[in-house]
Design a protein around this ligand. Structure first.
Ligand code: F3S
Length: 65
């Protein structure tokens, strides 16, 4: 599973790393650190990847198999 953050949509709301703290972290300005890139979701973190996607009000996060 992969999680991607669209750098053009992320506005730094911070809900994604709040609901998935073991998967995502903030940078110094409050944007998610992987803004503009993708990560491989580790085993056991799939539910949190979906929670992060659902939490983003900008629909900046996509999850794919
Ligand atoms: Fe950005 Fe959405 Fe997270 S706006 S910081 S990806 S909640």
């Amino acid at each position: 599973m992969k999680l991607h953050v669209d750098e053009n949509l992320c506005q730094g709301h911070g809900r994604c790393y709040a609901v998935a703290p073991d998967l995502l972290e903030p940078d110094d300005e409050g944007f998610v650190t992987i803004k503009g890139s993708s990560i491989d979701v580790p085993a056991g973190q799939e539910e949190f990847a979906h929670r992060a996607r659902n939490a983003c009000p900008e629909d900046a996060i996509t999850v794919s198999d």
